[in-house]
Design a protein. Sequence first.
Length: 91
Amino acid sequence: MSRYPLEGYRERCDTDVVLGSRYAKHPLHLSIPVTIAGMSFGSLSANAKEALGRGASEVGTSTTTGDGGMTPRSGARASTWCISTCPAGTG
């Protein structure tokens, strides 16, 4: 990330973010430092999960599965997604 450019035509403002650049075998590259929070499949419909995955892919960021997982159709729409896991014994 860089500071806000004083003169946009002279300076370039990058928002690219790399997570895990030092230790990860496969660092995560995001075009913007914003990700879609995890919302479970039970809370959102399949169409909503698919739309979030498609939108995240178009702007170059990731989406998160949430507790209920991700349907094959919505997973196919997202280019980058993070898997949310829950500890056992919470219910």
